[in-house]
Design a protein around this ligand. Sequence first.
Ligand SMILES: Cc1cc2nc3c(=O)[nH]c(=O)nc-3n(C[C@H](O)[C@H](O)[C@H](O)COP(=O)(O)O)c2cc1C
Length: 369
Amino acid sequence: MDRKKFIAVAAGTVGLAGIVGYSVSDKKNYIRSDRAGEPGKTPLSPDERSILYLASLAPSGHNTQPWFVKYIEPFHWIVGNDKTKWLDGVDPTQRETMLSIGAFLQNLDYAAGNMGYDCDFVLLAASNEEENVVEVRLLKSSIRIYDIDKIKQRRTVRSDFKNDVLKKEDVKFLISNDAEYIHFIPNTSDQCQWLREQTIEANRIQSYRDAAQKELSEWIRFSSKDAEKYHDGLTTAGMEIDGVAGWFLRNFYGKADVMKKRFRDQSIDKVSSQVAQSAGWILITSKDDSVQSLLETGKCMERLFLSVREKNIAIHPMTQILEEAVTSQKLVRSMELNQPVQFILRVGYLNDYPEPVSLRRPVERFLRF
Ligand SMILES: Cc1cc2nc3c(=O)[nH]c(=O)nc-3n(C[C@H](O)[C@H](O)[C@H](O)COP(=O)(O)O)c2cc1C
């Protein structure tokens, strides 16, 4: 969004609100740390609850958090795929759903290990649509130390990337653990330029595809009231719209505005300015498109995502090229990779790393018992 335009319109609206007596009460972006209240009643022990909360800090498309956990007995659960969170408009094959569940499993494994549990995972799903995805048993073992703050502090960043080239040692750090699947494309290369242009193109197509835009409108939590009610989706804070612009959106915007030309065009402009800033891109590929491979790729992405903050490197998943048929077909030809691409991530150094703000549903809301 264009801040100057918002401030001008917002200032006018304040005047109008004063005259006609509107209540403009939604003063502050609602963020993760605003959540108050005691945990609800569940059969979970404190360790189990803590492990599942940390797992839920995983990223997901539109922040739908498409997982549930079926409680069978202590330390024995099924991690499932929640159909009510599917994004049919941009992810009709539930590919991204499985990637997000993979990220959830990676967090779960790190959190459990750090509390002294080994995880035994058994794959149950043969397709991306099946409800029961993985059976998990936690077995008391020796501690596998993992810095849990990395999970708590990870976040998607979308603004203010520097254009500095990534240092050689940082590229090595990012790709070395999963070199077969993680591919770095520096901002000096032709391929980087291609990804910039095609990301804009894919966003243009998607912004004017009503099914995708309508779906997006369902997942934007403009008001703090909605944010607090649902604890998911994209909030003004998550979209990095602060100050007067954020206040304006919270008080005066709703689903219907997302379908207007002005909103669609401003989103495309925003993407154009975002892709102009980066150290390059990371593509993550997978062995194939099986459920197992998608879960593994989600885990791989999450290991990478958790490792970048200490290097002051931001990650912004920009998946539209993969979501639009025209651009995804071109990608296969242009990138000369002999494996399917599952993630397209814009990366870059930051001056200041912002705190995580995206919301999560409390554990009791995704636990079935
Ligand atoms: C599979 C997947 C696809 C995503 N696609 C996009 C995207 O196209 N654009 C974007 O801005 N963020 C994208 N994200 C990031 C999510 O919006 C983000 O993870 C979510 O809002 C939660 O925020 P957090 O990562 O800061 O916790 C994607 C994340 C995942 C896991």
